[in-house]
Design a protein around this ligand. Structure first.
Ligand SMILES: Nc1ncnc2c1ncn2[C@@H]1O[C@H](COP(=O)(O)OP(=O)(O)O)[C@@H](O)[C@H]1O
Ligand SMILES: [Mg+2]
Length: 114
């Protein structure tokens, strides 16, 4: 249930932040990497400035105005917590107006911790 929420938040963001592109594209992928699996959701939308990447995963921190893109700023904070609880990590890459890519890992044998 919680991992379903992770996918919904990341894919929802990718759709939202690429919707103003003339030809929006969302790419979803995964790769087995030693003991873990790396998943990603990328888009060719509004992107963001890497200087503020740490802010993205904090509650109520948003890099885009409510006027540009509506939202509450809690989705990625939930993503971070759920992934950490399942033993994984999250990170993101972006460039203004060139899109964004969000990654998370899960150990191959997923068991909630704590
Ligand atoms: N796919 C994306 N492209 C560009 N910026 C993004 C993307 N996903 C998230 N962000 C940035 O991270 C912030 C936090 O995301 P999130 O917690 O999901 O909140 P919300 O979607 O409600 O704004 C967003 O306000 C936005 O600035
Ligand atoms: Mg969101």
């Amino acid at each position: 249930m919680l991992l379903r929420q992770v996918w919904a938040n990341l894919i929802g963001n990718a759709l939202k932040y690429s919707a103003k592109n003339e030809s929006p594209r969302v790419e979803i992928g995964g790769r087995a990497d030693n003991g873990e699996i790396v998943y990603w959701v990328g888009d060719n939308g509004a992107g963001f400035d890497m200087r503020y990447v740490e802010k993205l995963f904090r509650v109520f921190q948003r890099l885009h105005s409510e006027h540009e893109f509506s939202g509450t700023g809690v989705g990625l904070a939930i993503v971070e917590r759920v992934v950490a609880r399942h033993g994984g990590r999250v990170w993101a890459e972006g460039e203004p107006n060139r899109g964004a890519k969000f990654f998370f890992t899960l150990p191959r044998n997923v068991a909630p911790q704590g």
